[in-house]
Every structure is written in C-alpha cells, then in structure tokens.
Design a protein. Structure first.
Length: 432
C-alpha cells in the first residue's frame, strides 16, 4: 500500500493598475492581442524594469493573511530558461529572499496546511499553435504574478482542494486578485508522489515527485490527482520508481501526459537581478501594513457564530467573498434590532429580500410575526384543550402548573415560540 503526499504551487494575477515592471495597463483580459506592451514587457534589450510597489504590498498583505513571516530584506532574481513566450531568456522572480516565508492555513478538516513561501514574479507571454506556426500575444507578459508554494503538507485530496478554494476566497476577500481560473488569473500545479505508511510515519519524502501542470479548475485537480495516484501506485507495485517529470492534465482523455523531465533549481542558473536594487522594509512599514489587514473569512465566521449565534452553515455562507454584499446587509439589519437568525436565513435563501430597504425588510418580517401569533394562538388552544386537568389545577390555585403548560406549548411549536410571550398569553387566557 502507498499513501499520497502532495505539495501545491498556486499562481495568481494580482489586481494592480499596471504590470509588474512597466507602466502598461494590467487590465488585459478583454484586450486585442499585443495592445498592452512596451519595450520592458516585450523583453527588448536595454529596457529597465521598475518594480510595482502596489504588487509588493499586496503580496505582503497576502503573506500576513496566511500567517507568514514577512521578510524585512527581499530581492528579485533572474530565473533562466528558454521558451518562445519568454524572449528575455529569463523570468524575473524571487529565489533566496522571497517576500514571505513559513505560513500556514487551517483547513475545514482541522489540518494545518504548511506554506513554505510566497514570492512575486512576472508572468510570461502566451503562445498559440496554429499548424506549424506559433503566434505570441504579449499582453500577459509582465503581469504581476504571486506564487504560493506549500510544503509537501497534504495527505488527502480533499485537503488540497479545500486549500485552493480557501486561497481563492482569501485573495478575493483582500481585494488583491479576482482569481478567475477561466481567465488564467489563478493556476494550480500539484507535486504528487506516493510513499509507504512507514515512510509517512518517519516523515520521509519519496525520492521522486511528479508535477502536474495546466490544472484550471478544482474539479480537474481532483481528477488529475486521482489519476496520478493510480498511475504511480501501479508503477511502484511493479517495483518501478515513477520518473521525476512534469505532466499535463488532459481533460478530454482523462489522463496526465508526460511533458518534460523536471528541472532542478540549478538548471535555472538563478542569480540576483542586477537591474533592481534589493528591497528593505522597516518595522514601521510592516506595522502599518498589519493595520491594513481586514477581518478574514474564518474570523468573520467565528464572529457570526459567537456574536450573532448563527448556525455553522449560515455563518460559513455569509463569510465568503461571494456573499460579502450580504454580510454588509446582514450587519446593517441586525444593528437595527432585527432577529439575526431570521435575517441570515432570509438573505441567504430568499433573493427577493436582498434588495429591500431597512423599512421594507422590517415590514415584511413583522407580517411574518402576525402569522406567528395566529399559530401561537392555535397551539395554546390545543394545549389547553388537551390538558383540562392542569387548567383546573391552575384555576384552583396551583399556579406553578403554568410552567408545565408553557412547556407543552413550546413542544407544540417545536421551540420556535417566545417563552415569555407564551406564558403571558396563557395567563391572560386562564384568567377569562
Ligand atoms: Zn509593458
Ligand atoms: Mn512561478
């Protein structure tokens, strides 16, 4: 038997006005090819890169949100490789001194997923293959790209998928990326290998890993990992060691396909980018940055449960980036004294309630209370009718029996009635 061990690399486009090292407009997603370019992002000789301060700040904010150490010293490096979509022959990335290191994220399963580093780099251009020709669009070249690298921390597919989903939600919450996978704003790569339970308990890593690239949906990631588990297990069972290589996920065949043998770090001949001075951040700057960190999804969720007594499920739904507008509406309504559980239910489940003003919302929910009163009336009559002995007891002076009757009404209304209101209604009915 073999168990999964998996590490993730997640690339995200940051939401900046301009590209990473030039002044080109970074809103490239609906643009005609090669309209957002300049000598720097075309990689022309002699063009000088100037780092985008906003991209640096957004990366550091992400680092703080993911419990990382934000380094006071950081620098850019050149990562060399040859590919038509990289005309400089190198990518400006970070190697020895990334912006952030050593973070973690707590998953739904309770697992603490360990993050190795978060660094900043430039995206490459995009190539299209048409027959024997290759066409290149340079709009994507030089886009600010943040890369989150985890440790080989995952032993279950579900955890890896949950991690990716949470990252998508957090960057949207922070407003630093739209993380739309269809637009290529979020891309996933998984380093997958299998080991024996004995190796797992000794915290020992296999001698090989297979990197699956081109994963552009959470569903594909799940499928690609399952496919690799089966493929690698079969090889290992036959006494072979899977080759260390990059493989691409092919959705139409449902298989992974070998792309190239994986480079080691030294193949990239990293060295410090000589055109960009090292970055130094002082304590004051980092303190100011910490103040800018908003309440994060898991914190919002915890507050909704402890402060407003919302159910686990409703609290989770209200604390996603997707429902941020509902959260604002929710807080506004409950501040005006409306019942928190009811407001949460209506906002989440009844879209027509979402655009109501405070007054309209109040009117609608009071209407509901009238019906409640009618229901309560029915429940009280039913209970009084079924418990004539208790009624007699009460009328002959055994007033403590009222608590029994309140209990019966609460049971009849499945606990949804207000006990004080029930008690008062019962007393006034028994006195007539
Ligand atoms: Zn440019
Ligand atoms: Mn990268």
């Amino acid at each position: 038997m073999y168990n999964l061990v998996l590490g993730l690399e997640i690339h995200l486009h940051l939401k900046t006005k301009t590209k990473m090292f030039c002044g080109c407009d970074a809103n490239i997603y609906t643009a005609e090819p090669n309209t957002h370019t300049c000598p720097t992002c075309l990689g022309l000789p002699g063009a000088l890169p100037v780092p985008n301060k906003d991209a640096v700040k957004q990366t550091q904010l992400l680092g703080l949100a993911l419990n990382c150490k934000v380094n006071t010293n950081s620098r850019f490096d050149r990562k060399h490789y040859f590919y038509p979509d990289l005309p400089k022959g190198y990518q400006i990335s970070q190697y020895k001194q990334p912006l952030c290191e050593n973070g973690f994220l707590v998953l739904d399963s309770g697992t603490k997923a360990k993050i190795e580093r978060i660094h900043l780099e430039e995206d490459t251009a995009k190539s299209f293959h048409e027959g024997d020709k290759t066409l290149i669009d340079f709009n994507k070249s030089g886009m600010p790209l943040v890369e989150i690298v985890t440790k080989p921390t995952f032993t279950a597919i579900e955890d890896a998928v949950d991690f990716c989903k949470k990252i998508q939600d957090i960057v949207r919450f922070l407003g630093i990326s739209d993380a739309d996978m269809e637009k290529g704003q979020m891309r996933l790569e998984a380093n997958i290998s299998m080991r024996t339970p004995k190796m797992e308990s000794a915290n020992e890593l296999p001698k090989y890993k297979v990197e699956v690239k081109n994963i552009n949906s959470f569903k594909f990631m799940e499928k690609a990992v399952k496919t690799e588990i089966a493929r690698q297990t079969e090889l290992l069972t036959q006494g072979q060691t899977p080759i260390q290589e990059n493989r691409g996920w092919n959705e139409s065949t449902g298989t992974t396909i070998s792309q190239r043998s994986k480079e080691e770090a030294h193949d990239y001949r990293y060295f410090p980018e000589p055109d960009i001075p090292p970055m130094v951040f002082n304590e004051k700057y980092l303190q100011e940055l910490k103040k800018k960190l908003p309440e994060l999804p898991h914190q919002v969720k915890a507050r909704l449960i402890s402060h407003y007594k919302l159910s686990e499920n409703n609290a989770k739904l209200l604390s996603t980036a997707e429902n941020m507008f509902l959260l604002q509406k929710f807080e506004e309504l409950v501040q005006h004294g409306l019942d928190s559980a009811k407001v949460a239910n209506l906002l989440l489940n009844k879209p027509k309630f979402r655009n109501l003003t405070l007054e309209e919302f109040k009117a609608k929910t009071t209407e509901n209370k009238v019906t409640d009163t009618a229901l309560l009336e029915d429940a009280i009559n039913k209970v009084l009718h079924a418990n004539s002995n208790a009624v007699t007891d009460y009328k002959t002076g055994k007033e403590s029996i009222i608590e029994f009757l309140v209990g019966m009404v609460m049971r009849e209304t499945k606990g949804k009635a207000d006990a004080a209101l029930v008690r008062n209604s019962l007393i006034s009915k028994l006195k007539t």
